[in-house]
Ligand binder design. Structure first.
Ligand code: NAI
Length: 303
């Protein structure tokens, strides 16, 4: 099976800039017809600028590729259906969805408002489901299709001030696993990528302390275009990978572990509050997951 995307129709959400633009350009160059979807909003989801999607379409067509702009939001059931409809109306089919659109509303949990929570869950988690759901009708019928969803080590490992984002991004992993399990019999694949890339999203990271400034300098070395080849491979017919979680940082590609039982203990007479404290916790303690954030776990410089 070929890893070329010739003849494929791919929807990339949030493709008017950042990583989505890199995905759209790479997939367009590999021969796919691309629906460049983007509402053109600010980092916090406010506003909207239809020209951002069109300018990436212009870049792809200037390279000799085929693309169409879509400015519908991923965050609504109907508008998400319209994104997939744009692929079918323009190119006659849909073969892959890259769920990449995103916003951030960072806030410590004890200050986060209902609106900040809902806005982030709406775009990332609901949006990924809505677009996936709309494409699923076609994928099931044609017995082929591929999903790539952007997750984040904020959810997979840990972050500070991103409870809404972390929850949405880990929710997307559950969504992807469910799609992979439920649609394997229809020849449909679903995988996640946790990218590391310097973009306007990461440019919102504060640079108040020397440690924060050093971290941002490293992030600037990580180009979104380094993530695009894996996304393109995962949607190609040459791939039979499904249900996996990858991370990409500069020239490193990581396969991330997934949750499985780490240890188990039993007492034939059952557990009491006292025996949990006296027996279970001391026995399991050395296997507990430390309270770490991404930089504690992936602590080396980008390669
Ligand atoms: P970005 O802010 O540059 O791009 C996100 C795009 O999504 C924007 O162009 C925005 O207009 C669009 N968008 C927002 N709401 C939308 C909606 N409702 N419908 C359609 N489009 C919408 O961000 P970046 O960095 O390129 O991130 C892309 C994805 O990768 C996001 O899902 C993000 O959470 C994820 N990610 C990025 C990381 C990084 O290091 N840049 C790290 C981990 C995850």
């Amino acid at each position: 099976m070929s890893t070329s995307l010739a003849g494929q129709v791919v929807v990339v959400t949030g493709a008017g800039g950042g990583l989505g633009r890199d995905f759209a350009l790479q997939m367009g160059a590999e021969g796919a017809s691309v629906v460049v979807n983007d509402t053109g909003v600010e980092l916090d989801g406010s506003g909207g600028n239809a020209s951002r999607a069109q300018s990436v379409v212009d870049e792809i067509t200037a390279q000799g590729g085929s693309a169409v702009a879509s400015t519908d939001s991923v965050a609504g059931w109907e508008s998400a259906r319209q994104i997939v409809q744009t692929a079918v109306d323009t190119f006659g089919r849909i073969d892959a969805v890259v769920n990449n659109a995103g916003i951030v509303r960072d806030r410590m949990i004890f200050k986060m408002s209902e609106e900040e929570w809902r806005a982030v869950i709406d775009v990332h988690l609901h949006g990924s489901f809505f677009v996936s759901r709309a494409a699923a009708d076609y994928f099931k019928k044609q017995e082929s299709g591929a999903y790539v969803h952007m997750t984040s080590t904020s959810g997979l490992i840990g972050a500070i001030g991103q409870a809404n984002y972390s929850a949405a991004k880990l929710g997307i992993v559950g969504l992807s696993r469910s799609i992979a399990n439920e649609m394997a019999r229809y020849g449909v694949r679903s995988n996640c990528i946790a990218p590391f890339a310097w973009s306007r999203m990461t440019s919102s990271i504060p640079t108040d302390t020397p440690e924060q400034r050093a971290r941002v300098e490293k992030l600037q070395l990580m180009q979104g275009s380094k993530v695009a080849p894996l996304a393109a491979y995962l949607v190609s017919d040459g791939s039979n990978v499904s249900g996996q979680v990858f991370a990409v940082r500069a020239n490193e590609i990581y396969l991330m572990s997934q949750h499985r039982p780490a240890r188990t203990m039993h007492r034939s007479e059952g557990w009491t509050v006292e025996t949990i404290g006296e027996h279970l916790i001391p026995a399991l303690n050395s296997s507990f997951t430390p309270l770490e954030v991404t930089t504690d776990v992936i602590s080396w410089d980008p390669v």
